[in-house]
Design a protein around this ligand. Structure first.
Ligand code: AHR
Length: 515
């Protein structure tokens, strides 16, 4: 197949928000326990944090990390996770049918994030709890000292031998997926909108510098999608800064072509939320702009998997940190993850925060075994490269590509791309996927407003020799799929050139940097 892409350095969408490369740590399955935290593991540090997992999380380049849920947070008492460990209660987590020991809580997470060099994005419980617990948590986390909750933080920190300084958490989620009937404390948009407004007011009265995310729809397929955002924002427009989006994608019935085009769905979902935000803005005569926090997204096989880590299997007994949704990602999944990140970049003027769900073990780019090794799944690679290399400004590309028919999305471009241009370094970074399952794609970049004289980097993730599109990185074959050099990237003429050509293998995701 063929594609031509016009890359004009003056056609910019927005600066790259560093918070686009966020992740998510939920008290779910083995994300916390035996994921980021495993005292007794040979790689555990003085706090029980796994150094091998921490090193991979840093290499992944995640910038901001949402915590502690997820569905978990809607039944969670944050106070259970602070203070001396021996006094912390063991509780039932109804969301995941799990025993929560509370051995890991807010202080541990803030310290983990500090060591990992990531910003904390804290979610509050608006399922079973309300305004009072929310404002107490902000006071506990962010108030300097001299009040009940801030002094309690200092006392707990002193007893644990850590710093009593305020955590300084800026980003807060006003609950999780409260539009979903599965959520503990599920609410109508009216009920949630009012509660979120009052919680937001009370939290900002404690710390006016915080940024707040209202809960949006759990997916485009939700029956209330659209009206939920409209009602919630009508109540909360003045109090909040972002509205959330969540989306998970999977291949259905072997239809890889449709799966590979799910970024089309993501593009449409984002456009719908932007339109709804702006309609509320106009009707309410507001001047401020509300942006999007896409704080859960990934590939997740929710239907059709009969493995033992599915929630309905796990619910047969009560355990602490059972294996839950430890999806094993293939080459195909990695290409899709690349294209979902392209979609986020293409909407970078309105999507300013995004969190891949989750960080370790639970639908995650990083896997770890209890008392065993940690490794990178296939989806680690597009995330890590985009997080590292997307700098400067996002460019609006004009793509003229051969079409590929799909059952779910109609005809789609066989090529999916996003690009950034960093004026400080003069580097263009192109992220590009070939959705074609059979054919290589010949791609020409037509550079406008700048020329290139050097190819700085050209790497591709594709089907490895001897593998197929289902090949994954398992415990036994941790590096089966990765990035390899993309050969044959050429500048059109010798010297300064305004054209770059390349050939992308069938089913591949690539990064090309020129200067
Ligand atoms: O990330 C897994 C789950 O997906 C989260 O707990 C929930 O918010 C969503 O439904």
């Amino acid at each position: 197949s063929h594609a031509r892409i016009i890359v004009d350095r003056d056609f910019t969408i927005a600066d790259v928000s560093p918070r686009l490369f966020g992740s998510f740590v939920e008290h779910m399955g083995r994300c916390v326990y035996t994921g980021i935290y495993e005292p007794g593991h040979p790689e555990a540090d003085d706090q029980g944090f796994r150094k091998d997992v921490m090193a991979l999380a840093k290499e992944l380049g995640a910038t901001v990390v949402r915590y502690p849920g997820g569905n978990f947070v809607s039944g969670y008492n944050w106070e259970d996770g602070v203070g001396p460990r021996e006094d912390r209660p063991v509780r039932i987590d109804g969301a995941w049918h799990t025993i929560e020991t509370n051995a890991f809580g807010l202080h541990e997470f803030v310290e983990w994030a500090r060591r990992a060099d990531m910003e904390v994005m804290e979610a509050i419980n608006l399922g079973t709890r309300g305004v009072d617990e929310a404002r107490a948590l902000v006071e506990y986390a962010n108030h300097p000292s001299g009040t009940y909750w801030s002094d309690l933080r200092r006392e707990h920190a002193a007893a644990a031998g850590t710093s009593g300084e305020p955590f300084g958490i800026k980003l807060w989620c006003l609950g999780n997926e409260l539009d979903g009937p599965w959520q503990i404390g599920h609410k109508t948009a009216e009920e949630y909108g009012r509660l979120a407004q009052e919680a937001a007011k009370a939290m900002k009265l404690v710390d006016p510098n915080i940024e707040l995310v209202a809960v949006g729809s759990s997916g485009k397929q939700m029956p209330t999608f659209g009206t939920w955002e409209q009602t919630v924002l009508t109540h909360t427009y003045d109090e909040v800064d972002y509205i959330s989006m969540h989306a998970y994608y999977q291949e259905h019935d072997g239809d890889a072509a449709s799966f590979l085009a799910e970024a089309v769905n993501m593009d449409g979902f984002i456009d719908g939320v932007v339109a709804t935000i702006d309609a509320v803005k106009a009707a309410g005569k507001h001047t401020k702009q509300i942006d999007i926090s896409f704080d859960e997204w990934n590939v997740w096989y929710q239907q059709g998997l009969e493995t033992e880590d599915q929630p309905d299997q796990v619910a047969k007994e009560w355990k602490s940190h059972p294996r839950l949704i430890e999806d094993r990602y293939s080459v195909t999944d990695a290409v899709v993850v690349g294209t979902l990140m392209h979609s986020l970049l293409r909407h970078g003027d309105r999507v300013r925060i995004a969190n891949q769900a989750q960080l370790v073990n639970v639908i995650a780019p990083i896997r770890s075994e209890e008392n065993g090794p940690a490794w990178r799944q296939t989806i680690f690679w597009p995330f890590a490269r985009i997080a590292e290399l997307a700098t400067g400004e996002i460019l609006r590309l004009v793509v003229d590509a051969d079409q590929q028919p799909t059952a779910r999305h109609g005809d789609v471009d066989v090529i999916d791309a996003a690009a950034t241009y960093d004026a400080e370094t003069g580097v263009l970074s192109l992220f590009i996927a070939n959705r074609g399952l059979e054919e290589a794609a010949d791609v020409t970049l037509d550079l406008r407003g700048f020329t290139a004289s050097e190819v700085l980097r050209a790497e591709v993730l594709t089907i490895p020799e001897g593998g197929d599109r289902h090949t994954a990185n398992d415990l036994q074959s941790q590096e089966a799929v990765g990035l390899v050099p993309l050969e044959g990237v050429r500048l059109g003429d010798s010297g300064q050139s305004s054209a770059v050509t390349m050939s992308l293998p069938a089913l591949s995701w690539a990064v090309v940097q020129v200067k």
